[in-house]
Design a protein around this ligand. Sequence first.
Ligand code: C2O
Ligand code: CU
Ligand code: CU
Length: 485
Amino acid sequence: MQRRDFIKISGITASLLLMACSSDTEDTMGGMGDGTGSVTQISPTPFTPLRSLAIPPQIEGTNINGVLHFDLSVEEGSHSFFEGTLTQTYGINGNYLGPTLRLKDGDEVSLNFTNNLNEPTTMHSHGMHLPATMDGGVHQIINPSEIYSSTYKVKQKAATNWYHPHLMGTTAEQVYKGLAGFIIIDDSDTLTLDLPKTYGVDDIPLVLQDRFFDANYEFDYSPSRRQIMRGYIGDTFLTNGTINPYLDVQAKELRLRLLNGSNSSVYTLAFNDNHIFKQIATDNSLLESPVNLSAIRLSPGERAEIVVDLTADEDKTLSLIEINQSKSFLQLNVKTATIAPTTTPTTLTSLTKYTLEDASYTRNFTLSGSMGNFYINGVAMDKNVINEVVPIDRVEIWSVTNEMSMNHNFHIHATHFLVVERNGSALNVLSNEKGYKDTVFLSPDDNVKLMVKMSDYSDTTNAYMYHCHFLEHEDAGMMGQFVVV
Ligand code: C2O
Ligand code: CU
Ligand code: CU
């Protein structure tokens, strides 16, 4: 096998990989060997030149009696990630990933998922505010050749959301094979503000992933016990399913909708020329004002919209890189602008902000685990157990504590939340996490306090989920269920 070298920014990638491997062998698994030898896992890599970035097609649905229908086939396929080779994949209406579903606040929609796989799946709308039966969580199983329709009215602010499988125990593997797509919601703010908004031109969705390929160029999803603990972190970056991509962009403001669609990787993203950029949106809303950043951290499932001003960069090339691995997710070639300039405003929206004093109840969650098992409040996910009963319209504090010496995050279905404290202080809340969120990062021993309010939909029997969005952890039990009553 030939060690890859085509997307290195510097010569240090290989040595970093080796360091990671050797420290892995002295890991904290209490002397339990995993026996798979996969710490030396390296994808085969023929020379792969820069390739044009794939941009998922955008669909707006077919209007039938006022309801927008999206017909989505979940299917097997094959895709050429490397020159001259094919990889077996899963996709939605295509070989890898799925179309971008474009919705507006107030739309009535019906997402009709047909399962054309040979195995059951589910399709969850991550970040959407909807009834529990429409959530596509672990209970809304779609057996082969069945159709699941998720129908609801869009009732939320503009956001970059996504859809992906959520079948208990196999979410990670099904996502790995390619099941994921964007759901982009517009509202009166995003439709009127002077933001870049020409899809595929100055408004680009980017799903960031990493994969291992085996010697036959097939996806290698074979996590060892250690990799379930520490995350299954592949050596090959995929951006919208493209390895080593470039994109020609215009010398004007560029909006990137970033989704960490990886299984378990935390990415810290920046531009290789240190370009400052603005974050304009968190998971579930615009920020009230843009926040200037030189780097941004995204854990699995999190999204951010950023705007980078390339007006003065005509004829230049820059790259969006992951700074810890010194590898590129996307090369941007800046060309003459042919569309009108935009000027991202300094005020973007206003958000309803509950404070700790508004809450009448605190709910505590601890993230813990040992020996490859993961728990929330000491128990692993059990489909037959409702862990929490949440009264509708009550403002609550959800206090989440990471009791482990490894990173996790915490995702809540059905709603958004506000992060109001980190480690006992509001001052530790990052300025770029002050919009609505549905997934929050927790370093070892971190505590976050979230303001949560469930609204509109109550159902005493059908549950929503909360979980760590590191998919190996979720599949290993770090998940629970709640009903809204
Ligand atoms: Cu993105 Cu419960 O999931
Ligand atoms: Cu979700
Ligand atoms: Cu986790």
